[in-house]
Design a protein around this ligand. Structure first.
Ligand SMILES: Cc1cc2nc3c(=O)[nH]c(=O)nc-3n(C[C@H](O)[C@H](O)[C@H](O)COP(=O)(O)OP(=O)(O)OC[C@H]3O[C@@H](n4cnc5c(N)ncnc54)[C@H](O)[C@@H]3O)c2cc1C
Length: 293
């Protein structure tokens, strides 16, 4: 019989801890992450406040040990960037979509950390939910026949622009000075000049650029960098509290089979908490899969 498949999104302390517990619980575990040096852990110069460290250890070295430990336990680690999470087609489970691949799983653990930087654009926070959105798959239908924009320049921004094209009258891409993605459909109009402010009181009406131009638009989808854990969770209908993924004490979200752990759940942003929540999420995913059989 095929082993239940658990997909862990993220290879920081939360993701690796979740993977270890799910693997020891008998699941077939795949961890997808953006590669070495992409976790918050890898940016910690020296870690001194974690159990068992006689001397302070660089975060990058702890990351290396974590990845090596997972591989030693037979966990499959894949370097890729997940752009969207979705429900399975033709099977009860989930799909994670990257630029070149689709991963299928019976349960998903989101441990993608948190993005600590928010774009500093005047009016952005005020217009969230009033023209500013973070999920094209969820909200594209609201912009049917309207001029709609995407903020970003990577694969994630490309994915959001493609999701909007069938709905919006016109799709614009604001790249904040960066080059547009090479595979961008030709009908998407690119603006390289950075966005400085958003206009509109009740709802978004226009986008003000550094070069002085104002571009009329009724929707703006923020897709800077890569999709964060909460952005991916939102696409599945997972409840958030602000930018944090909401879970119960066993790290279960409101969507059966989807769990979350670590910085993406908010609270204490520390390794000890990420490792604990990862362990709990891994155990919970295994329990969920056993009860589902
Ligand atoms: C400078 C700095 C110093 C710190 N010092 C300490 C300290 O001394 N002690 C301490 O306890 N804590 C410290 N922290 C906090 C600690 O690093 C974090 O709390 C911890 O790393 C959180 O673990 P996590 O697994 O939730 O997320 P992360 O460690 O951020 O890992 C996130 C993972 O998700 C992956 N990912 C994200 N998005 C995607 C996507 N779309 N597709 C695929 N993969 C994705 C990334 O590649 C990465 O593998 C520090 C943090 C920083 C930034």
């Amino acid at each position: 019989m095929q082993m239940a498949r658990v997909l862990v999104l993220g290879a920081g302390p939360a993701g690796i801890s979740a993977a270890l517990y799910a693997r020891r619980g008998g699941a077939q575990v795949t961890v997808v992450h953006k590669g070495k040096g992409t976790s918050a852990l890898s940016r910690a110069e020296l870690v001194q406040n974690y159990y068992g460290l006689e001397e302070a250890v660089p975060g990058a070295e702890l990351e290396r040990r974590g990845l090596a430990g997972a591989i030693a336990l037979g966990i499959s680690l894949v370097e890729d960037e997940i752009l969207a999470l979705d429900y399975g087609e033709g099977f009860q489970g989930f799909r994670a979509v990257s630029p070149g691949k689709t991963y299928e799983a019976d349960s998903v653990i989101i441990a993608a950390g948190t993005t600590r930087k928010a774009p500093k654009i005047k009016g952005l926070r005020e217009l969230e939910g009033h023209g500013v959105s973070y999920c094209a798959v969820c909200d594209a239908f609201l912009y049917r026949g309207k001029v709609t924009a995407v903020l970003g320049s990577g694969e994630y921004a490309l994915h959001e622009a493609e999701a909007l094209l069938p709905h919006a009258a016109e799709v614009l891409l604001f790249t904040q000075g960066e080059e547009a993605p090479s595979r961008l459909p030709p009908q998407v109009k690119v603006h390289k000049s950075p966005v400085t402010a958003l206009e509109g009181t009740e709802r978004l009406t226009g986008i003000l650029l550094e070069n002085g131009d104002t571009i009329v638009a009724e929707g703006l989808f923020v897709a800077l960098g890569t999709a964060s854990g909460s952005e991916l969770a939102r696409k599945l209908g997972v409840m958030l509290a602000g930018q944090d993924i909401k879970t119960d004490a066993h790290m279960a979200t409101n969507v059966p089979g989807v769990f979350a752990a670590g910085d993406c759940t908010g609270g204490l942003l520390q390794i000890a908490k990420a490792v604990y929540q990862g362990a709990e999420a891994g155990l919970s995913a295994v329990k969920f899969l056993r009860e589902k059989k």
